[in-house]
Design a protein around this ligand. Sequence first.
Ligand SMILES: Cc1cc2nc3c(=O)[nH]c(=O)nc-3n(C[C@H](O)[C@H](O)[C@H](O)COP(=O)(O)OP(=O)(O)OC[C@H]3O[C@@H](n4cnc5c(N)ncnc54)[C@H](O)[C@@H]3O)c2cc1C
Length: 457
Amino acid sequence: MKSMSETKRVDGKDIWGLREAMRGQVMVPDETGYDQARRVWNGTVDRRPALIARCADVTDVQRALGFAVEHDLPVAVRGGGHSVAGFSACDGGVLIDLGLMRTVNVDADSRVARAEPGVTGADFDRATQQHGLATTLGIVSTTGIAGLTLGGGIGWLMRKHGLACDNLLSVDLVTADGRLVTASTDQNPDLFWALKGGGGNFGIVTSFEYRLHPVGPEVYGGSVAFAPEHRRAVLNAYRELTRKAPDELTSYAAMTAAPDGSPVAAIAACYAGDPAEGARLLDPTKHAVGEPLLDALGPLTYIEQQSRMDQGYPPGEYHYWRSCFLDDLTDQVIDVLVERASDIQAPPVLELIVEHMGGAIAAGDGAFAHRDASYDLLIAANWTDPADQDRCVAWARETAATLEPHSRGGYVNYEPDADGSYVPGVYGDRFARLRALKAQYDPHNVFRLNQNVTPAP
Ligand SMILES: Cc1cc2nc3c(=O)[nH]c(=O)nc-3n(C[C@H](O)[C@H](O)[C@H](O)COP(=O)(O)OP(=O)(O)OC[C@H]3O[C@@H](n4cnc5c(N)ncnc54)[C@H](O)[C@@H]3O)c2cc1C
């Protein structure tokens, strides 16, 4: 592939041909709707594709990809557009936007859902909860299932039911040479292994088939928040909670800011089982470190649990996130978290979110590497005033650097930088196999706007 500056010009006749061939829409710069369609969740990303192909079906995906390859144009693929790194946008290339493909079909008897790649967590939960079923997805329901699942997919059900990718039964995808293939444990098993954590490196997924589990409609969850001077005590209490937690309980500790901007130390959780047992396990945390500032821990519907964080992450604001998996929440790690959290005073919203891993995650297979990590840490800088950018990015980078001696590598879906230097650390001992599979399925690195695994030579 040529570099972006060398890319061929696309003339109007060719674009007209693609328009005629597609059921969905094709948009070019200056057309009505183009500016809206090129935007992604992270407002720091401001890219202008040469054309946006809003695909309506698999054939559209094949045609748009074929067009990009034929014209030697970079390819960006968009599911829900929530890539923090902005990988679902590009300058001068073809954006293959799957946002029109939003159908979820549920087979309640066999507990299987088939979802198109433009589906969000909210779409999926709405369809599956009608049958009292669910599978692991992220904790903000506006996020796309596509990028989330392909990178692993951590969320409230993960300790009980594994990562989102562990619940995949099969995937249909369009490979770099335009073929539609199925990957599952029976068909193309190597490719299926790579798709469970390997991100968008191997093709454009047009359908995800997930295993479902009985969940809800009511769970015990929500969050409880304490004053910032209790940060250390909250982290200690959280460590105790997680060390004893059964697999039904997934919990996070967050050094963050309340909606009014005041700093808080919170514990958020979801018990994916009998709500009475959830209450028994979680209610003591309400009094672990004195009176809470906010007590929103209690019974709620699973749909509420899945969407209660949405308001904190609207589209268009500015973000820079980092992450690291941890073997343990040691006293030294807690020291760092307490020290780095002292900068939290919104705006901007600087957050340290510890996510309890373990449980069923260890039993999964696939490219997702850090299955035996005890915790994942999200270091999230979020701001609305461009003047805050340098300070926010520096805070996140310095925090990640301070934690480097404790880190096992980052989580691919939270990593923000395009340089790719973190990718070997993300995949650890899976990296060599992934590179070999990349050479097999995408030798020319057509799918490179992602946390890129370069083909093995
Ligand atoms: C507010 C917010 C909350 C989040 N919460 C969680 C969480 O709880 N748990 C978690 O695990 N992650 C979480 N994430 C991270 C999330 O998993 C990633 O941002 C993920 O990439 C989002 O998927 P998407 O489809 O919306 O992204 P997109 O931006 O559309 O795509 C992301 C990447 O996946 C590729 N891709 C997208 N669709 C396809 C496809 N159909 N086929 C092949 N490649 C494709 C893209 O090319 C790109 O490289 C969160 C992110 C945000 C912004």
